[in-house]
Design a protein around this ligand. Structure first.
Ligand SMILES: *[C@@H]1O[C@H](CO)[C@@H](O)[C@H](O)[C@H]1NC(C)=O
Ligand SMILES: *[C@@H]1O[C@H](CO)[C@@H](O)[C@H](O)[C@H]1NC(C)=O
Ligand SMILES: *[C@@H]1O[C@H](CO)[C@@H](O)[C@H](O)[C@H]1NC(C)=O
Ligand SMILES: *[C@@H]1O[C@H](CO)[C@@H](O)[C@H](O)[C@H]1NC(C)=O
Ligand SMILES: *[C@@H]1O[C@H](CO)[C@@H](O)[C@H](O)[C@H]1NC(C)=O
Ligand SMILES: *[C@@H]1O[C@H](CO)[C@@H](O)[C@H](O)[C@H]1NC(C)=O
Ligand SMILES: *[C@@H]1O[C@H](CO)[C@@H](O)[C@H](O)[C@H]1NC(C)=O
Length: 640
């Protein structure tokens, strides 16, 4: 490719006297070549992200695309080149063959007037993106730009109203102003030719209602107004946007009913309106053409229309946190992947038809008033990863068929009225991370084989009527971080516990006997240990009250004896209700010695961690500051 040997002198010669080196390049017109070298020397010469080599054809430079035959430059992408000065931007406009200009992911703070004037004259420029920069102040008025189809100024700090600044963009098809500080009304003058197809205004401070004029943009396929301060009802005429595919109104203060006219838009596949103040009933037919519906956190009432979950395109439906009543409709789309109906007032039973849903991954019906039993058919949902039926009035036994949920990671059935024993089939749920069946009326013993659930991290069986001993195999549950077994009738001695337990070990309010095992001292990460309300006897093991991570130790209401050992100052320690236990502490003042000790241990471990991470040798300013803010004394020398 190189017709000339590269040499440092030639490079410098060409860089400063580029006009004298014309033959180095191919057909690219000399004015474009000149411009590119100007841009390089004026703005980008010190840019280490760039590998532009002045001795080669600019068509070969990264970020530069030329027309077939290299007759002209058509695209320039300076995305992520750490640009902070906008001064050179007008230079780019000298490339009058530009079709696409991408300046995203830099630190540009302004758009110079010269850029608007000069680039506005490039009739062929179709795409301009300056997203993810530091633009601030008002939106400039775009003169010219008659061919501009895509304008992306998202992720900046532009502010103020938008009135007529974009009116001249006759070819505009896609406008993205998301994540800025714009306010005022939704702009309606977005190109006289009404060609707009995509309008993204999310995460600004736009207010007022949806203007009727928006509906005159009949080619709209995507409208995203989420996360603004928009209010009022959504106009019924929105149903006239017959090409609409995605409508996102979430996180505003829209009120009134969900317009029934939406159900007539055949192309609409996604409608999201979560976190608004929509009220009234959900119009039947809304999901006729939809794939994804999200109406979470509104004030919708009435029952779920009986055919609403049925259309076979439907993949996700989120209606949680509304005021819905009535039953869960049994007729459900075979394409359903996620169904969330939690925190409503639904009643009736869980339809057995769920069993036919092969694609279902997330089923959440929690915090309703569902009755009846957990249908055994649910066990056929082979792809189910999350099952949340907590906080209902479900009764009957847990069906062993649930063992068929081989992909299940989270099972939450707590706070129901389930009875009978924990089915042994539970051990088939080999991917389970969370099992919460607390606050039911389960009886029998905890299957000792439960320890084969090697991924299980959270095990909540508290407040049931479980009896018998805690099987010694529990020590093998290597992933367990939290074990809640309180409020049962568990008996026997406390076995060895998994050493990784961290969040809590709670065995309170059971019938446990024998001593507090010394082996609990091996749980060096444990933060909460509650053994209260049992019949434990013997002395409190030396060191238990000094465990490094322990913040709460509850031993009250047992039959412990001996002397209460000194405890760490940060420990909440309760040993009341042990009549043979002698409390030698007369005042409840905390020992300053132990407080000091804790602090230096923490500093030492922070530094140890830093060294371990390989940053100990070159402690960065930030790290130093963080350390200082944690431990002011460390940094008092010379830094203040
Ligand atoms: C490049 O760096 C040199 C030396 O630091 C400086 O004098 C010059 O102004 C810089 N040029 C540009 C275009 O930033
Ligand atoms: C255009 O320029 C590129 C990069 O220098 C080069 O690889 C390609 O061969 C050139 N094409 C023509 C037709 O000259
Ligand atoms: C389990 O359910 C109980 C009772 O509702 C709740 O307090 C706890 O946070 C739940 N834990 C997990 C891990 O789901
Ligand atoms: C568990 O409770 C059921 C009634 O709900 C009872 O029939 C059964 O005998 C109990 N089992 C045990 C082991 O207590
Ligand atoms: C719990 O089981 C005991 C027997 O083990 C029984 O006497 C008691 O009634 C049961 N309580 C509940 C709420 O089921
Ligand atoms: C331990 O579990 C019991 C029964 O669920 C509960 O009442 C108690 O608050 C728990 N202890 C701690 C420290 O959370
Ligand atoms: C011991 O007695 C002191 C003073 O009455 C009291 O503050 C402290 O809570 C008691 N310790 C325990 C572990 O109960």
């Amino acid at each position: 490719m190189n017709r000339y040997e590269h040499s440092t002198p030639l490079l410098h010669f060409c860089l400063f006297f580029f006009l004298l080196c014309p033959l180095v390049f191919s057909q690219l017109p000399s004015n474009q070549r000149t411009t590119m070298i100007n841009i390089l020397s004026e703005a980008l010469i010190n840019n280490t992200d760039l590998s532009w080599d002045v001795t080669t054809d600019p068509c070969s430079w990264n970020g530069v695309t030329c027309s077939p035959g290299n007759l002209s430059i058509t695209e320039i992408s300076l995305s992520g080149f750490s640009l902070s000065s906008s001064d050179f931007l007008p230079l780019l406009c000298q490339i009058d063959s530009l079709v696409s200009l991408d300046l995203s992911n830099n630190s540009l703070a302004s758009i110079p007037d010269g850029f608007i004037t000069d680039c506005g004259k490039i009739g062929g420029l179709q795409l301009l993106t300056i997203s993810r920069n530091r633009l601030d102040g008002p939106l400039p008025t775009f003169h010219g730009f008659v061919g501009l189809q895509f304008l992306d100024l998202s992720f900046n700090s532009l502010s103020g109203n938008i009135s007529l600044q974009l009116e001249g963009l006759v070819a505009l098809k896609s406008l993205n102003l998301s994540v800025n500080l714009f306010n005022g009304l939704i702009p309606t003058n977005l190109g006289k030719a009404m060609a707009l197809e995509q309008l993204q205004l999310s995460k600004n401070s736009f207010q007022g209602g949806i203007p009727d004029q928006i509906i005159d943009y009949q080619n709209l396929t995507l409208v995203d107004f989420s996360a603004n301060h928009l209010s009022g009802p959504v106009p019924d005429r929105i149903g006239d946007l017959s090409k609409l595919e995605v409508l996102i109104l979430s996180a505003n203060v829209f009120s009134g009913k969900i317009p029934e006219t939406l159900s007539s838009i055949k192309s609409l596949s996604r409608f999201a309106a979560y976190q608004n103040k929509f009220e009234g009933t959900i119009p039947s037919g809304l999901t006729r053409f939809l794939k994804n519906l999200d109406l979470t956190y509104n004030k919708l009432t009435g029952s779920i229309p009986s055919d609403m979950l049925a259309p076979s395109n439907l993949q996700t439906v989120d209606l949680s946190y509304n005021l819905l009543t009535g039953p869960v409709p049994p007729n459900i789309s075979p394409s359903m992947v996620r169904l969330r109906l939690g925190s409503n007032s639904l009643n009736g039973t869980i339809p057995s038809t769920f069993g036919t849903l092969e694609k279902l991954m997330y089923l959440e019906l929690e915090n309703n008033s569902l009755t009846g039993s957990v249908p055994p058919e649910l066990g056929s949902c082979r792809n189910l990863m999350l099952l949340n039926l907590a906080g209902n009035k479900l009764n009957g036994a847990l069906p062993g068929q649930l063992g068929g949920l081989s992909q299940l990671q989270v099972m939450k059935l707590q706070s129901n009225k389930l009875v009978g024993e924990i089915p042994v089939e539970i051990i088939q749920l080999q991917k389970l991370l969370t099992l919460n069946i607390s606050w039911n009326s389960l009886n029998g013993s905890i299957p000792s084989t439960i320890s084969s659930l090697q991924s299980l991290t959270y095990l909540h069986l508290q407040n049931n009527n479980l009896s018998g001993p805690i099987a010694p195999t529990i020590v093998n549950m290597d992933s367990l971080l939290e074990l809640q077994l309180g409020g049962n009738q568990l008996s026997g001695k406390i076995p060895s516990m998994p050493v990784k337990l961290q969040i809590a070990l709670n065995l309170s309010t059971n019938l446990l006997v024998g001593p507090i095992p010394k082996r609990l001292l091996q749980l060096t990460a444990l933060e909460v240990l509650d053994l209260s309300n049992n019949s434990l006897s013997g002395e409190i093991p030396t060191g238990l009250t000094q465990m490094a991570s322990l913040t709460k130790l509850l031993l009250s209401n047992n039959q412990l004896s001996g002397i209460i050992p000194k405890s760490n100052s940060w420990l909440t320690f309760d040993a009341n209700g042990n009549k043979d236990l002698i409390n030698t502490t007369t005042s409840n003042s905390t020992s300053p010695k132990s407080a000091k000790k804790r602090k230096s241990v923490t500093v030492a471990s922070v530094i140890g961690f830093a060294v371990g991470m390989g940053i100990g040798l070159a402690i960065s300013n930030n790290f130093y500051k963080i350390l200082c803010s944690l431990h002011k004394k460390l940094c008092n020398h010379g830094r203040d």
